[in-house]
Design a protein around this ligand. Structure first.
Ligand code: DAH
Length: 341
């Protein structure tokens, strides 16, 4: 390489750099250009090092020209940097959007909707009655004699013990959805096919009880209703809710408001860790007691009916096979728990 060639190379580098800078319109591009033309691996740096390849008398002029080129490029780059706005925000419409995290219904609400739908399919209608109701609806009308110790079994919250209605007694937080039975009979609707899903309250709180939970109460009253109808409805519900392979078993039991009364068991899948010998008790049921029909103004000689009352949360937990060490977590609004369902 001779001096002329060396000087030409310097000119070419400067020209190329100018072209790059003209085309650049973002600060990051200008920085890249600075690196390319002035960095340790730049052509200019290599050219400065190769000065030893020139004849000694040419080296002075070549070095001077190279340094001038360097200074020139530096000032061009700095000028361009000052004249270039901050990086424009890049909008790439083809990128996936930001996803908002979505909430969902609480496990209990999901269960209530699901249970309602199952019963609506066979002609039941949903009702709601007061959650603060009279003792009479919760107990007396359901054939619990006054001061019967059975009232304690339900661990009831009584409200304002001094205020009493001569016929209806004290006010209570409804300890079961059965309190809706006589209220429904009093509407005069016939036939009755109610499904009453509501909050229920009991003075119990430990790892397997919350003082508020939900029940669903079925009540069907018409002419000629028998246990066979009850069994048919229970079979239908269990297959819809738990799956087509599940079976229902009813065992004699005692409730004041049904005669005969039953506890209802559902069969469990093979290898299930819960229940007894493949069966799990999930609720109560029975044929409505004649005295209860009378309390609701219905003639037991003309009409008969069945009722059942089950826990919403309990059934949902069994349905999903959820292992819960402490049932109270259902109502603690811990998002880590709730978002799993
Ligand atoms: N009310 C009862 C309870 O809370 C459940 C129940 C049993 C409801 C039998 C009924 C029934 O309608 O027929 O434990």
């Amino acid at each position: 390489m001779n001096l002329a060639e060396y000087l030409n190379k310097l000119l070419a580098i400067e020209q190329e750099c100018t072209n790059f800078l003209t085309a650049a319109n973002e600060k990051t591009e200008v920085s890249d250009i600075k690196n390319k033309f002035l960095g340790r691996k730049s052509e200019l740096t290599a050219l400065l090092r190769s000065i030893v390849e020139l004849r000694p008398e040419e080296r002075g002029e070549a070095g001077k020209a190279a340094n001038e080129t360097r200074t020139k490029i530096e000032s061009l780059v700095n000028q361009k940097l000052n004249a270039t706005p901050e990086n424009a925000e890049v909008l790439d419409v083809s990128l996936p959007g930001d996803k908002f995290s979505e909430g969902h219904l609480h496990l209990t609400t999901q269960a209530i909707k699901e249970i309602t739908k199952i019963f609506e399919k066979i002609g039941f209608y949903k009702v709601r009655y007061p959650e603060v109701d009279w003792d009479w609806y919760a107990f007396t009308s359901l054939n619990f004699p006054l001061n019967h110790p059975a009232r304690d079994d339900w661990e009831t919250f009584f409200i304002d013990k001094t205020e009493q209605d001569p016929k209806l007694g004290k006010r209570v937080l409804t300890p079961h959805t059965s309190s809706g039975q006589v209220r429904e009979m009093q509407t005069g609707r016939m036939p009755i096919r109610m499904i009453n899903i509501s909050k229920t309250y009991r003075r119990q709180i430990d790892i397997s009880h919350t003082p508020m939970f939900h029940q669903f109460e079925g009540l069907l009253i018409d002419k000629g209703i028998t246990i066979a109808h009850l069994k048919g409805v229970l079979d239908y519900f269990v297959k819809e809710f738990f799956g087509p392979d599940r079976k229902v078993r009813i065992r004699p039991y005692n409730f004041r408001f049904t005669e005969p009364s039953f506890e209802v068991d559902v069969s469990l899948p093979d290898g299930s860790k819960i229940g007894k010998n493949g069966w799990l008790e999930i609720g109560g049921a029975g044929m409505v007691h004649p005295k209860v029909l009378e309390a609701g103004g219905i003639d037991p000689k003309v009409y008969s009916g069945f009722a059942f009352g089950w826990g919403v949360e309990r059934n949902k937990i069994v349905q999903k096979g959820i292992q819960i060490d402490d049932i109270r977590i259902l109502y603690q609004n811990d998002i880590r728990f709730l978002k799993q369902f």
